[in-house]
Design a protein around this ligand. Structure first.
Ligand code: SF4
Ligand code: SF4
Length: 167
């Protein structure tokens, strides 16, 4: 079996991601936060499916690539909190911004309202954003703190990490 390019190089582009899972509509992205699984490896792993309170994460077999029923998803963020692969995100379009909820395991944890540097999937700086919300480790249902960052809407599918800069 041929190994896909995104597994060889270690990150997946938005076009590659949406060739293996459905892309949520703009209407859905504006309604409320929606969970996006960026987990293209067929590994035996199911915490995201087990924690989902509305059975929105679809996997017939533990080795399947997780997909989300975007209409069922209530945007609770539990899948982001428990995913050991740091592979779940949530996106919400609000006006000309996007709110991205992502795992963040580094220290220091940013503070609410703090301006942070936005990084793409390769770790390159692509702009600045503002931290809107934090779920620290002690409140996370998994071992992973999560943060929600407001970014320019055109970066919604590029930004997947942040850098905290303290003077
Ligand atoms: S955000 Fe909540 S409702 Fe949506 S897929 Fe994740 S666990 Fe399920
Ligand atoms: S919990 Fe994370 S790593 Fe495991 S299957 Fe779900 S998305 Fe993939």
């Amino acid at each position: 079996m041929e190994i896909p390019n995104y597994l060889r190089r270690g990150y997946i582009t938005p076009d590659e991601l949406f060739s293996i899972i459905p892309r949520p509509s703009e209407e859905r992205l504006r309604k409320r936060p929606v969970a996006i699984p960026e987990c293209p490896q067929q590994i035996p792993c199911t915490p995201c499916k087990e924690i989902c309170p509305v059975n929105a994460v679809m996997m017939d077999h533990p080795n399947d690539i997780p997909k989300v029923d975007y209409e069922k998803c209530i945007g609770c963020s539990l899948c982001v909190q428990v995913c050991p692969g740091l592979a779940f995100f949530m996106i919400h379009y609000v006006g000309d911004k996007a709110r991205i909820t992502m795992p963040y395991e580094l220290l220091p944890l940013p503070e609410k309202g703090e301006e942070v540097i936005l990084l793409n999937r390769v770790g390159e700086e692509v702009g600045k954003g503002k931290v809107l919300a934090i779920v620290p480790r002690e409140k996370s249902k998994g071992d992973t703190p999560i943060i929600t960052v407001e970014v320019p809407i055109e970066l919604a599918w590029e930004v997947r990490a942040i850098k905290v800069v303290r003077k």
